[in-house]
Design a protein around this ligand. Structure first.
Ligand code: 5GP
Ligand code: ZN
Length: 117
């Protein structure tokens, strides 16, 4: 999918409303529309990277920045005692939106089992 049609690119450009909890020139974060827990937001690069499978060395600083932000954003949303991060990737990973994003989930204690296989 092109960046023009991508739903997260549209949220980045404020063409679709979302409850943003953070934004800067490279990264933004907003509440998931179908929360799986009391706290559930997505951390997203403005750059349209399709998935974690497409990441390469040119993205290292950007991904480092995203992961540097997550702890402080999670604490600001009330996850003082921990949270879960998930990056669904590709068909097998159950990825729905093909623009790289990190789910940050918390606010209930304990969270359910990580995987039911
Ligand atoms: P994925 O399965 O790709 O890892 O997760 C995509 C997530 O994006 C889902 O949890 C879904 O609820 C969320 N989502 C999809 N469309 C929208 C939207 O238009 N607004 C918001 N805030 N979240 C969305
Ligand atoms: Zn996009």
């Amino acid at each position: 999918m092109s960046a023009g049609a991508c739903i997260f690119c549209k949220i980045a450009r404020n063409e679709i409303p979302a409850k943003k909890v953070y934004e800067d020139a490279e990264v933004f974060a907003f509440n998931d529309i179908r929360p799986q827990a009391p706290v559930h937001f997505l951390v997203v690069p403005r750059q349209h990277i399709v998935s974690l499978a497409e990441v390469d060395a040119t993205h290292a600083a950007l991904l480092g920045k995203m992961f540097t932000l997550i702890g402080q954003l999670a604490r600001a949303q009330g996850c003082e005692n921990g949270f879960r991060t998930i990056v669904n990737t590709g068909r097998v990973g159950g990825q729905e939106v093909y623009h790289l994003h990190v789910h940050v989930i918390g606010g209930s204690e304990p969270l359910p089992a990580m995987l039911k296989w």
